[in-house]
Design a protein around this ligand. Structure first.
Ligand code: ZN
Length: 173
């Protein structure tokens, strides 16, 4: 099928429960000044680059068990990058203890995330993913603290923490 035909077909499909609505990927300006261009790579590309647990979350949209990630209790200064492609996604300043057992943030780094609505629960919720590799990170809710009132509830296994004293890793693809 031609790509254009496929895309226009997706746009005109009615929204049904259980279906996800994808926003079409475009390049975004990342807060660091770089342009984030979505990688057009099959999910299998990342199989041998991340752990099996991380792969299931990132590319099968699995959810890690609450309280299982050591990153839930990390509050040192630093940057949280995508476990697959290393795009910087969150700053430690925006992390807080939500008490849910998942690393939680009030906001991501601007230009780092794409979102889509999903209907895996009865009510719609907003899924978000790395804007570069498309890896699923978590869901965003409107019950967070100031200043945004948002709770970006993230799977710790989908992140790597880079302490402020370390250099950020090169993006990988
Ligand atoms: Zn990524």
């Amino acid at each position: 099928m031609k790509r254009r035909t496929l895309l226009s077909g997706l746009i005109t499909l009615p929204l049904l429960p259980g279906m996800a609505r994808f926003s079409l990927a475009e390049s975004m300006e990342h807060e660091t000044g770089m342009t984030v261009t979505p990688l057009d790579l099959p999910h299998s590309h990342w199989r041998d680059k991340v752990s099996a647990e991380a792969w299931n979350v990132l590319f099968e949209e699995a959810t890690e068990r609450a309280g299982s990630s050591p990153l839930d209790k990390v509050y040192e200064p630093g940057t949280y990058v995508c476990a697959a492609c290393y795009l910087p996604l969150f700053r430690s300043e925006d992390k807080y203890d939500s008490g849910t057992g998942w690393p939680s943030f009030t906001q991501p780094i601007e230009g780092s995330m794409g979102t889509k609505q999903d209907f895996k629960l009865i009510w719609p919720r907003t899924e978000y993913h790395c804007a570069r590799c498309g890896g699923h990170q978590g869901h965003v809710f409107n019950d967070g603290p100031p200043p945004t009132g948002q709770r970006w509830c993230n799977n710790g296994v989908a992140l790597r923490f880079i302490p402020a004293t370390d250099a950020l890793p090169e993006l990988r693809s």
